[in-house]
Design a protein around this ligand. Structure first.
Ligand code: SF4
Length: 402
């Protein structure tokens, strides 16, 4: 039987391409949205025929800017999802949204279509920083977007932030985090800016034109965040993610973690639909063709399925995972879960051997260097990143690469 499998749906449209972004997204191609939605539906139908009855606990519309789809377009995608898959009645269904692209009517319609969580790309509360990132909103737009979402009945909101921006000071970052906490979202994500090769930011930085904070300042920002957010009722459960730990006197912490991303971090299967989407299902890692037009053409002209699950006419790369690949991915993903860590009992039930049988030298060395710690939970040994390990995650993960 196919295990519970999450679904990621990529919406590769943006009004403008931001200078730091290396996602598979395109500006000025919105005229293709209706054809793209039809192609997405064909891809769902294709997989639904290959592997009927897959149970789906979470759906995530990422981008790009998913909020550029209209309410009726979301409704037709959600209806096709329900026809092709067995979507859980309590599924978490998230869309990423730019604060400036929503209206009460749109939020109302997407809520009716079955979306119950919104992740707003806030990035900063500082107007200069937002302008430098080439984002089209300001913080007042964010305040308005959160208020509109609340009025439309959304009770599960994430606000996404980026720190270590060019010319950003510790004080400016602290102001952003405090303003975001004032809005009382259920979830906060904070990622350090990465300068991706091929983006304008990457090129400007190579030429010395971008005054990026030094790594010590970036570490100060991260450490301050790790100390501050728990004081405000947000518990860190992943290297870059915090969920409210108490809400109206009820402990909803585990309920408010992003269930979709937990599927990735627990190395559980997910399908990637849409142009450039990646998936991990049926023992394969695979990715779809990047270009929107090619994606549409491949699905429009597709013959009845002859490829095996999860390969579709949109797939351009696929790779059968070896046991060693799965073990490496499991370690790298699960160690990101700073609260839960990697439990020896879970590792054994999945791979048939204990952690200390497979990685004795690596684990001892990481513990000796203060990057990993051993605890006991529910009668099992659990290995977790230390505070220092959270700062130096890549030094830990590289030890488990096969
Ligand atoms: S809005 Fe988001 S996805 Fe689109 S270009 Fe900007 S950063 Fe990239």
């Amino acid at each position: 039987m196919t295990p519970s499998t999450s679904i990621y749906i990529h919406i590769p449209f943006c009004k403008h391409r931001c200078a730091y972004c290396d996602f598979n997204t395109y500006a000025g191609q919105e005229a293709m949205i209706p054809d793209y939605v039809n192609a997405l539906i064909r891809e769902m139908e294709w997989i639904g025929r290959q592997e009927p009855g897959i149970n789906v606990p979470t759906v995530f519309f990422g981008g790009g800017t998913p909020s550029l789809l209209s309410g009726p377009e979301f409704a037709s995608v959600m209806s096709a999802l329900s026809s092709a898959f067995n979507i859980s009645s309590d599924a978490e269904v998230t869309i990423e949204a730019n604060p400036g692209t929503i209206s009460p009517a749109k939020l109302d319609s997407i809520r009716k279509a079955g979306i119950n969580r919104i992740s707003f790309g806030v990035q900063s509360s500082n107007t200069e920083e937002l302008r430098m990132l080439e984002r089209s909103h300001d913080f007042f737009t964010v305040i308005e977007a959160v208020s509109t979402a609340r009025k439309a009945g959304f009770d599960n909101l994430n606000l996404d932030l980026i720190y270590a921006l060019p010319e950003q000071t510790l004080e400016s970052w602290q102001t952003t985090v405090k303003r975001v906490v004032d809005l009382q979202p259920e979830h906060i994500s904070a990622y350090a800016l990465t300068l991706e090769h091929g983006t304008p930011f990457g090129k400007w930085s190579q030429r010395g034109l971008l005054p990026i904070p030094d790594p010590d300042l970036a570490a100060d920002m991260y450490e301050w965040t790790m100390d501050f957010l728990p004081q405000c009722g947000y518990a860190q459960y992943e290297i870059s993610n915090w969920a409210k730990s108490t809400l109206e006197n009820t402990d909803r912490h585990s309920e408010l973690m992003c269930k979709h991303n937990l599927q990735y971090w627990r190395s559980l299967p997910y399908l990637g639909l849409g142009a450039g989407a990646h998936g991990y299902a049926g023992g394969y890692r695979y990715s779809n063709v990047l270009r929107i037009k090619t994606y549409i053409d491949r699905l429009t002209n597709a013959k009845p399925p002859n490829a095996h699950y999860p390969i579709t006419p949109a797939t351009v790369n696929h790779h059968k995972q070896s046991l060693r690949d799965d073990i490496s991915d499991y370690m790298i993903n699960n160690l990101r879960l700073v609260e839960a860590g990697v439990a020896d009992s879970d590792f054994r039930s999945r791979f048939g051997s204990g952690l200390m049988d497979v990685f004795p030298t690596e684990i001892r060395e990481l513990i000796r260097n203060g990057l990993l710690e051993k605890k006991t939970s529910d009668g099992s040994e659990v290995f977790k990143l230390t505070r220092r390990g959270r700062l130096l995650g890549n030094q830990v993960f590289v030890k488990f690469v096969g």
